[in-house]
Design a protein around this ligand. Structure first.
Ligand code: F0G
Length: 448
């Protein structure tokens, strides 16, 4: 049993209901526009919002800020090699920087990229290269009630259909996102990872793992994939990631750091090509947009992320929030994933049609009711796709405790008690890039 005690305290405050009402309207009913000080429990994301360990804070002092040949880069490189098994590391300022470097290197206009499910920045980067992002989730992934151990898996069957339709020469890239963030943080089995790697090889595509939450995924494998019941999280991580030709990583998740990311590969030629693009967009390849101290913190974080006690406690905290919500009668996506609990907004607000953004309406009500900030991942974030109407409550690592989770559960239950008052929203502004409109679009309430 491992836990944490608090060494640095940060005061948080629940604004009054009047203030919350005012903040909501001023934010254009888009919670990305709220000041963080006006949020009581911030479950917008688990990305870069966690608490670092004292070892990470200590490591910051070792930061070598040399432009070229930084010692801190060598330490990051060693951590990636030891924990993930890849010798070439191209650092980036965060995950999407790494996506730009890797996908900009691998994709041409007219190409098709396959993914179990593209996360929003991944989708946008693929589209930004003039390529077409196609999701291949398994059938269960979109069913919030289906009980299956690996609802994050990649559907080889669906991928074969796409290849039959467009031709293998148009598909140079197969991506596996573990855990599958846009499918409710569901894990991917090692067996499915092997199948996806074999499929990519068959069509001569590069097989990339988006490894953001690789340690959480490995924890689920120990619990749910019988072949790995006796394996450690560290062993599973090495084996699963080892199936890939390259990794794209946001260190803000299972790097347990506040910023940073990288591409890793064992393909020297790919590494060289990525470095050229990285110099243009990120920085010289021994810092790539990160300060030396941030590389130090991530190097320590990567090693901590695969410690059994850490990751078991992490996934358990998310499960705790899920249990509190279920006990309060809130419909959630099941089973609960690794980094977040996803509310089933269609079931929470059955009278609000997709055109009136039930997920976004729910997100606004959670703030109005209890100063809780979540994020919509449904028809507002993903226009023109048939994704389920979900609201994600992402849990920052080592940050909130049971009393906060209790407050969140009570808040959601209170909203559901007065659900008939919730009428839905419409867009008031339409940003130019539809794939990322949910970050900046403003909305307004509609009358019933
Ligand atoms: N890939 C996945 C699966 C992600 O979840 C994210 C970020 C990225 C790539 C991009 O990484 O933020 O470091 O640039 N997800 C965050 C989230 C933002 O809230 O889920 P980044």
């Amino acid at each position: 049993m491992v836990s944490y005690r608090t060494k640095v305290a940060e005061r948080i405050r629940l604004p009054s209901r009047t203030e919350r009402e005012r903040n909501l309207a001023a934010a254009g009913y888009n919670l990305f526009n709220l000041a963080a000080d006006d949020v009581y429990v911030d479950l917008l994301t688990d990305s870069g919002t966690g608490a670092m360990s004292q070892e990470q804070w200590a490591a910051l002092h070792r930061g070598d800020e040399s432009y070229a040949g930084s010692r801190s880069f060598e330490r990051l490189e060693a951590a990636v090699r030891d924990v993930m098994g890849f010798p070439h590391v191209i650092p980036a300022h965060q995950g999407r920087g790494a996506e730009n470097v890797l996908y900009g290197t691998l994709l041409e206009p007219g190409d098709v990229a396959l993914n179990n499910t593209h996360f929003d920045t991944t989708r946008a980067h693929v589209a930004n290269q003039g390529a077409d992002p196609v999701d291949c989730p398994v059938a269960d992934a979109r069913d919030p009630e289906a009980d299956a151990p690996f609802k994050g898996n990649f559907s080889i069957e669906r991928a074969r259909e796409v290849v039959a339709e467009v031709g293998a020469d148009r598909v140079p890239l197969v991506i596996l996102t573990i855990t599958n963030n846009s499918a409710a943080g569901q894990p991917v089995s090692v067996a499915n990872t092997r199948d996806a790697a074999r499929f990519a090889e068959e069509i001569d595509a590069t097989f990339v793992i988006d490894a953001c939450r690789f340690a959480e995924n490995a924890h689920f494998v120990t619990e749910r994939e019988s072949d790995y019941a006796d394996a450690t999280v560290a062993e599973i991580a090495r084996e699963q990631l080892g199936c890939a030709d390259a990794l794209v990583m946001s260190g803000k998740k299972d790097g347990l750091s506040n910023v940073g990311g990288f591409v890793a590969t064992d393909d020297e030629r790919l590494a060289e090509a990525c470095k050229q693009r990285a110099i243009l967009y990120e920085g010289f390849p021994t810092y790539g947009g990160m300060a030396g101290r941030d590389m130090e913190a991530m190097a320590v974080g990567l090693r901590e992320a695969v410690e059994e006690a850490y990751v078991a406690g992490r996934v358990d905290a998310v499960a705790q929030l899920g249990d509190l919500l279920t006990d309060a009668g809130v419909p959630i996506y099941e089973p609960v994933g690794g980094h977040a609990v996803y509310l089933d907004a269609a079931a929470c607000l059955p009278h609000v049609p997709a055109a009136k953004f039930p997920g976004q309406a729910l997100v606004c009500e959670l703030y109005r009711e209890g100063g809780v900030r979540g994020v919509e991942l449904g028809s507002f974030a993903f226009p023109d796709t048939d994704r389920p109407e979900l609201v994600r409550l992402a849990v920052p690592r080592r940050t909130y405790g049971r009393d906060h989770f209790q407050h969140v559960a009570e808040t959601v239950a209170a909203v559901l008690d007065r659900r008939e008052e919730v009428t839905g929203l419409r867009l008031a502004t339409e940003p130019p890039v539809p794939e990322i409109r949910h970050f900046t679009a403003e909305l307004e309430p509609v009358e019933s």
